[in-house]
Write a protein that binds this ligand. Structure first.
Ligand SMILES: C[S@@+](CC[C@H](N)C(=O)[O-])C[C@H]1O[C@@H](n2cnc3c(N)ncnc32)[C@H](O)[C@@H]1O
Length: 438
């Protein structure tokens, strides 16, 4: 399926299912602003464009999709241990939140191109834990920045320093990543420009520095320069990029009540913040994805900057605001799709269950059922979807296993976790009967 069939689309569904249905190596930039585990219910004010929208930020095990737990435990055993430890160190809610997040981060990593970047927006409620997940999934060497977004808002606390910053983790998929910081240059201050009051033959500004401070000799003096020696004076050039390169802390005003772009959607982020990220880490025509898009600030910014976009939000009201917001924007968004359907990957070799698939699986499983572990003849085994189709699992080889008839019936349309618990309960019952008798 060509990428156009996935892009400029707002999906209203759980992002885990949508991500699962997107091709690998599809997206150039991912920005995500997930719920932060603040234990609050966010609602939009009555009368705002977003009235009626709300999303919960409270977590428990019901939020975790158990169908995806097996692959997680298999591919990231250290992370599974780490998350389990957070239930002791912090809380069960934190462990559930992190499991929910890591399932999605693994999928985001898969759909990102090798040249791509991911920006995860969070706050200190869970940032330290989230960074560990990202280090493991992306690789610690692919961490680039912890960006601090500082803002001024009404100060309310006298018990601690007022918390007026968010954290944005910036990771890349590989060394080949695209990054254009020079698009975010800030102009030099008047004071700086005044100090760099010499110009060389190429028109570059410099000041003269060296032992004893600034050199106040004649303008244009050509001095042999040895930056390493403190005894010599040297030319200190203004960076040739022509402005101040961006730092890892950004002062961008919080959206106040009167802001024109404000929709009222709870936790809406400023367009200026998204524009910075998109300019730095994508080019025109690239695909920007926001899997927790809310009122679609990232999609709007992407469209304004000539990028394609994919937005996902589980909240139905988000779509209405997006549609209103996009049509408000001077007809910029004529061609976009809003759908509840889950996309289907086209980069996997679809392989309907067949005799040859069964033979391959039988060999790989050494003739044993993947549930109870007992040996069976091939004719007594059945092909099963590891991730049930109802939970987004597809007809491809990696999603097949062989179960004995009994295990297959117990599992039904449930997850492997369900089957394991059932098998364990039966084993315990049997043990009790053997030890204590009926
Ligand atoms: C912090 S808000 C995002 C705000 C957004 N950045 C903006 O500027 O409007 C988080 C969003 O994630 C959505 N969300 C939560 N869980 C989700 C899931 N499993 N799949 C898709 N969206 C989800 C919520 O409905 C909410 O709109």
């Amino acid at each position: 399926m060509p990428e156009e069939n996935f892009t400029n689309t707002l999906y209203t569904n759980d992002n885990l299912f949508v991500l699962n249905g997107l091709n690998s190596d599809l997206v150039d930039l991912i920005y995500l602003d997930p719920p932060f585990n603040t234990k609050r219910l966010f609602s939009a004010p009555i009368g705002s464009k977003a009235a009626g929208s709300s999303f919960k930020d409270m977590w428990n095990w019901q939020d975790v999709n158990e169908a995806y737990l097996d692959t997680l435990a298999e591919n990231y055993p250290a992370l599974t241990d780490f998350i389990a430890s957070t239930s002791v160190v912090h809380s069960k809610a934190m462990a559930a939140y992190l499991t929910y997040m890591v399932q999605r981060i693994v999928e985001m990593h898969r759909v990102l191109k090798d040249t791509g970047s991911l920006y995860l927006h969070c706050d200190p409620t869970a940032s330290h834990y989230l960074k560990v997940l990202l280090d493991e999934v992306f690789g610690k060497n692919n961490f680039r920045n912890e960006i601090v977004w500082c803002y001024k808002e009404r100060e309310i606390s006298k018990k601690y320093f007022n918390r007026k910053h968010d954290i944005i983790f910036f990771y890349v998929k590989s060394e080949k990543y695209l990054f254009n910081p020079t698009r975010l240059l800030e102009p030099y201050s008047k004071g700086t420009i005044k100090k760099f009051n010499y110009t060389d033959d190429d028109g570059r500004s410099f000041q003269i520095r060296g032992k004893g401070g600034e050199y106040t000799g004649k303008q244009g003096l050509d001095i042999k320069l040895e930056q390493t020696s403190p005894d010599l004076v040297y030319r200190d050039y203004l960076d040739k990029s022509g402005g101040i390169l961006p730092r890892d802390w950004w002062e961008i005003p919080f959206l106040n009540r009167a802001a024109k772009e404000r929709t009222g959607y709870p936790t809406q982020k400023p367009l200026a913040l998204l524009q910075r990220i998109i300019k730095a880490s994508s080019n025109e025509g690239d695909i920007v994805m926001d899997p927790f898009c809310g009122c679609a600030t990232a999609c709007v910014a992407a469209q304004q900057l000539g990028r394609k976009w994919i937005g996902i939000d589980v909240e139905e009201n988000a779509v209405d605001i997006l549609i209103e917001r996009l049509s408000d924007d001077a007809g910029m968004f004529k061609d976009f799709v809003a759908t509840k359907l889950i996309p289907k990957r086209t980069d996997l070799t679809l392989e309907p269950p067949s005799q040859s698939v069964k033979e391959r699986l039988y060999k790989e499983q050494n003739g044993c059922c993947n549930g109870c572990g007992n040996e069976y003849l091939m004719k007594d085994m059945e092909i099963d979807h590891i991730i049930p189709k109802a939970k987004g699992g597809g007809d491809y080889y990696e999603n097949y296993q062989l179960l004995c008839g009994n295990c297959n019936r117990i599992k039904g349309k449930n997850t492997m976790e369900f089957l394991r618990i059932k098998i364990q309960t039966r084993k315990n019952l049997l043990k009790e009967k053997i030890i204590f008798g009926e």
